[in-house]
Design a binder for this molecule. Structure first.
Ligand code: HEM
Ligand code: HEM
Length: 260
């Protein structure tokens, strides 16, 4: 059975796989139908696709935005408030109370800004709340303790995740412009940007699965982080065994070290 810490750590991947990715599929399906219907009508032909697909795309698109932002916030909160600093201990509040309070206010402001963005109709307020929600997410992601994989940013789960969350927020912010703009520029920009977002979502699935493979269980962390070198991909115990191969032959235990 998993420890509580590990259960909390798989909460985010589990929610992403079970809820967020199915919503992505639904949104993409409606997006495709919306486009096909519009192109068919533009050719002055009759479309079998019902007119409601555009509305459905937008409605579920809003759910997707909420789900993706929540998906990005959840692991940040777990890492910052349980893994890096455990907020359920008095020592954390004594040593880093100010920082934790700042992060909590920031997270609350980010969520509030997103809620207000969904309500806002005026351009100015949509822009303001979208900027605030996006800024909150980025500042939380910049906190110490978040693993951003900066040395391999092009395959970073953090950067992909932040980028898709920002693209979803942007889609909600420009929603009325897509309908209003007769030149279809906003519509084309939206379709293009979100085609890119879809590629990033696929990247999120791949990089997330890789991260699950790379992160050890909480009870294995002291050993793996203490003895294993992620650069050379060798663990200390295995290294010493390589130097004395007869030990490896006589060893019959199936420990983690044997698998490294
Ligand atoms: C994976 C995410 C998404 C993809 C791939 C996507 C793609 C598309 C595509 C291809 C279209 C049709 C463009 C055309 O007519 O040529 C469209 C329309 C539209 N999308 Fe998205 N979109 C996504 C998410 C969102 C989100 C989150 C929102 C905002 C809530 C949104 C709002 C709209 C609106 C307002 C339209 C116009 C609908 C209509 O004509 O009735 N989309 N989208
Ligand atoms: C909508 C899709 C997703 C978004 C927006 C997202 C976003 C994030 C963000 C912002 C982080 C924190 C930065 C980091 O530690 O890398 C994170 C962590 C993580 N995500 Fe995702 N993610 C998504 C999907 C997935 C999926 C599908 C999986 C696995 C199947 C996954 C597995 C993980 C893991 C293992 C971590 C590491 C937690 C830690 O640092 O200890 N994610 N995700």
């Amino acid at each position: 059975m998993l420890d509580t810490k590990d259960i909390l750590m798989i909460l985010h991947p589990a929610i992403a796989v079970a809820f967020v990715f199915p919503i992505i599929g639904i949104v993409c399906n409606f997006a495709w139908q919306t486009r096909q219907r519009r192109l068919t009508l533009a050719r002055k032909e009759k479309s079998k696709i019902p007119p409601v697909v555009g509305k459905e795309h937008v409605q579920i698109g809003k759910w997707l935005t909420g789900a993706v932002v929540a998906s990005a916030l959840l692991p940040l909160m777990i890492v910052l408030w349980l893994e890096k600093n455990n907020i359920f201990t008095a020592a954390t509040w004594q040593e880093k109370g100010g920082l934790i309070a700042f992060q909590m206010v920031l997270a609350a402001l980010t969520i509030a800004s997103l809620v207000f963005l969904f309500q806002a109709t005026e351009k100015l307020w949509r822009g303001t709340f979208a900027t605030l929600a996006g800024m909150g997410l980025v500042i939380l992601g910049c906190q110490e303790g978040i693993f951003r994989r900066e040395n391999e940013w092009f395959v970073s789960h953090f950067f992909y995740g932040t980028a898709v969350a920002l693209l979803m927020i942007f889609s909600v912010a420009v929603l009325p412009e897509i309908y209003r703009d007769r030149s279809q520029k906003w519509r084309k920009a939206h379709a293009l940007l979100n085609a890119f977002a879809t590629i990033l979502f696929i990247g999120q699935g791949i990089t997330g699965a890789r991260d699950l493979l790379e992160i050890p269980l909480s009870w294995q962390k002291p050993f793996v982080y203490g003895q294993c070198n992620y650069e050379t991909k060798v663990c200390a115990a295995a290294e010493s065994r390589l130097k004395a191969p007869f030990l490896a032959q006589s060893s019959t235990t199936g420990s983690m070290t044997d698998q490294q």
